[in-house]
Design a protein around this ligand. Structure first.
Ligand code: PMP
Length: 413
């Protein structure tokens, strides 16, 4: 079986000095005990865990890796900037350059503002919307993830109802429920906040219905509220112009992080003229928000995404994976539900509500050198090559034999 003694040792040490040892979305104990938790290195589309096991990676650091780990040009730009100084008493020229690039690249953008994490960007977007409108209510889709602070955390532990006092929910893609939430908010509506598509954990992904996006836009136009696109997960992965470019619906504010600098720590808000004054009035800041190295990495990343076929390639690799997995699963009598954009695949076994099959499959796949997730969407990068995908499909074939040997059979559906 998989060598994991070093991982277990690190986890035991961590548990003594870090609550739970590891925390948040990257804690792997919820998949299975012993699921690799500590990593030693990464390169291209590969990762090596603390025990030296090598995997073709389909999580891409949960989104930041879009061009490949250790991308020479991106890292070269960041290291060069780092040598001149990263954190100082204020921004460097590269902040202006990056803001200009975002304004040129993103459809709706007239200005940009920078942070570090996705939650910083979604939280500041909400603050800007309230400052711009002088109103309080924020409408969110039920089940959508927007970050990990009290107003939006998926957990209520340590959170008060008052933290959510001005949040109301609607159903994604359901115009009637959106209309009702807008009506209930009345003249206190500050914003409608939406992810690029429905990518909630542990359910099939759903692309937005263009009519639904248009209705959200119409509500904001009529009421003066802000339409906020939380593009943290999908941004710079589907379309450099913004993830709704293909629908022709422009948000007033969009939040980015993850892929924006190919793994260097950065988040951004891109806004339009309507929101400029609100953005200028609020107070937001952070010790590391002007870090120049990550901004230099972002400039290079966005230029590459704009000027090459990197995104089309990663989508094609995702499609190749999807078709291969589908074929292999069918051959073994399983039906897969594969949803969402091919480069952000959610792969679920039909009839597997308890994730008995999904978890066992992902655990077994580790031994054949592929790193997957059973209930969160995965990610492809531009570094994945056809040979990597074909190896992963061959590994999946062997994995199906392994789980059959464990007595896991297709569910009746
Ligand atoms: N919004 C969305 C849609 C996300 O996927 C995430 C991160 N998974 C966030 C916000 C929060 O980003 P971060 O974890 O960088 O704070």
């Amino acid at each position: 079986s998989l060598k994991n003694s070093r991982d277990a040792e690190l986890l035991a040490r961590a548990q003594r000095v870090v609550p739970n040892g590891v925390w948040g979305h990257m804690a792997t104990r919820s998949i299975a005990p012993g699921y690799p938790q500590f990593f030693a290195k990464s390169d291209g589309c590969r990762v090596w865990d603390a025990d030296g096991n090598e995997y073709i990676d389909f999580m891409c650091a949960w989104g930041p890796n879009v061009l490949g780990y250790g991308h020479a040009e991106v890292d070269g730009a960041a290291f060069a900037r780092m040598k001149q100084g990263d954190i100082g008493n204020g921004p460097t020229e590269v902040m202006v350059e990056l803001a200009e690039l975002l304004v040129d690249t993103i459809d709706h953008a007239d200005w940009a503002l920078f942070q570090k994490n996705g939650t910083d960007a979604t939280t500041a977007s909400v603050t800007i919307a309230r400052a711009a409108t002088g109103r309080r209510k924020i409408l969110v889709a039920r089940g959508a993830y927007h970050g990990a602070v009290p107003w939006c955390s998926p957990s209520m532990v340590g959170v008060t109802a008052e933290d959510r006092a001005h949040l109301a929910q609607f159903e994604f893609n359901d115009i009637a429920s959106l209309d009702a939430a807008v009506a209930a908010a009345g003249d206190d509506l500050a914003a409608i906040l939406l992810t690029a598509f429905r990518h909630d954990v542990n359910r099939d992904q759903e692309m937005p219905d263009p009519a639904f996006l248009q209705q959200a836009r119409r509500h904001c136009d009529q009421s003066g509220a802000a339409l906020i696109l939380d593009d943290v997960r999908a941004g710079f992965r589907l379309d450099v112009r913004g993830s709704w470019a293909q629908y022709g619906v422009k948000p007033d504010l969009a939040a980015y992080s993850k892929a924006i600098a190919n793994g260097w720590p950065l988040a951004a808000i891109a806004g339009n003229e309507r929101m400029r004054e609100g953005a200028a009035k609020i107070f937001v800041t952070g010790s590391f928000w002007y870090g120049a190295a990550a901004m230099a990495a972002a400039v290079k990343t966005i230029e590459i995404l704009r000027d090459t076929n990197a995104l089309a390639h990663s989508a094609a690799m995702g499609q190749r994976l999807r078709e291969g997995l589908d074929m292999v699963a069918r051959r073994h009598g399983f039906t897969l539900s594969q949803t969402g954009p091919a480069q952000m695949p959610m792969v679920r076994f039909a009839g597997d509500q308890e994730l008995r099959i999904g978890n066992a499959f992902c655990v077994a796949a580790l031994r054949h050198g592929i790193y997957l997730h059973p209930r969160h969407n995965m990610f492809l990068s531009a570094a994945h090559q056809p040979a990597d995908i074909d190896r992963a499909i061959a590994a999946a074939e062997t994995t199906f034999k392994d789980i059959a040997a464990l007595g896991i059979t297709p569910p009746r559906i």
